[in-house]
Design a protein around this ligand. Structure first.
Ligand code: A2P
Length: 294
């Protein structure tokens, strides 16, 4: 049955697993189905998708037919960038539910703020309606900077329950994480392992280092009998952040659940924090406005 993954309580009392399974890079073919089976078998209960990942329907399909009761699953998807108008947000939510064959979602997030369009406060109003209507158990944002959250605080009524952002020991975004935590917004981190070993686009500089080859993570891992990946994931968890690692490999999927039998010291966590050099590999939320995405 795999590991029993503990949960964290969101500000509205909803329990969310302390680690989720990221499906962004898994496609929707054989590899995806095998990875989903392995994730479920090893104890993953939280699944994070989006229309842009082209596997929203397949995620719904697997989870509808798996042996885990619906109430033990935590299913999240996101609002596409082109749907920030109020009515479009409501429609996008309905079509996500239909696409996944579900009666409700556990979490719905605005995928990107798209500041150049500036309609995310309008989208948030619609998210609030979906939440109040009981169609979704928690609502959140993704890739929001502090100023975008401030805007939501001014114009909205509900503080987002989560903010899902790119974050790992090389990009700790500590001020933003602190701001979220001060406001009881749970941070979920994507690219928790530093993203794919083979870059999606060429990496910009010669001094590029693969996070999982980082000597400090390997060294701390040796002390606990864990891999550098497990150290990166546990660093997030001990910082009250929920990682959503991607893996298509059954052994690594299993490894990514074996995190709850050790605790790092405060000094070790601080040493990992010091690895931060602000290296972002994904899109910059301040300028990203691709309407095909999301
Ligand atoms: P693979 O699918 O071959 O396991 P991120 O979640 O930051 O995007 O990073 C995921 C990358 O790290 C993937 O390329 C994945 O490759 C790899 N990965 C996932 N889990 C582990 C692990 N436990 N050890 C090493 N590499 C891992």
């Amino acid at each position: 049955m795999g590991v029993k993954i503990p949960t964290a309580r969101l500000s509205n009392g909803v329990e969310m697993p302390q680690i989720g399974f990221g499906v962004a890079a898994l496609g929707n073919g054989k590899e995806f189905y095998a990875a989903m089976d392995s994730a479920l078998e090893n104890g993953f209960r939280m699944f994070d998708t989006a229309p842009f990942y082209e596997n929203e329907a397949e995620v719904g399909d697997v989870l509808r037919h798996c042996s885990v009761p619906r109430e033990e699953l935590f299913i999240a998807t996101k609002l596409p960038n082109a749907c920030h108008a109020y009515e479009d947000t409501l429609r996008a939510f309905d079509s996500a539910l239909k696409n996944m064959g579900l009666d409700y979602l556990d979490l719905f997030m605005i995928h990107f703020p798209v500041p150049s369009v500036g309609k995310y406060p309008e989208a948030w109003k619609a998210m609030e309606k979906l939440y109040r209507d009981g169609k979704v158990r928690a609502i959140g944002v993704s890739n929001f900077q502090e100023k975008h959250l401030q805007k939501i605080f001014e114009t909205g009524e509900i503080v987002p329950h989560v903010n899902e952002l790119e974050c790992n020991p090389y990009l700790t975004v500590r001020p933003l994480c602190n701001f979220c935590q001060e406001n009881k917004i749970r941070v979920i981190n994507w690219f928790p392992l530093g993203g794919p070993r083979e870059p999606l686009v060429p990496y910009p500089t010669d001094d590029f280092k693969v996070l999982l080859d980082e000597p400090l993570l390997i060294q701390i891992g040796e002390k606990y009998g864990k891999s550098s990946a497990q150290i990166a994931l546990k660093w997030a968890i001990q910082n009250q952040i929920t990682p959503i690692p991607k893996s298509a490999n059954p052994k690594r999927i299993r490894q990514n659940t074996e995190l709850f039998d050790f605790e790092m010291t405060k000094e070790e966590l601080e040493a990992i924090d010091a690895l931060d050099h602000g290296r972002r590999l994904g899109p910059d939320p301040d300028t990203f406005d691709d309407m095909e995405m999301g």
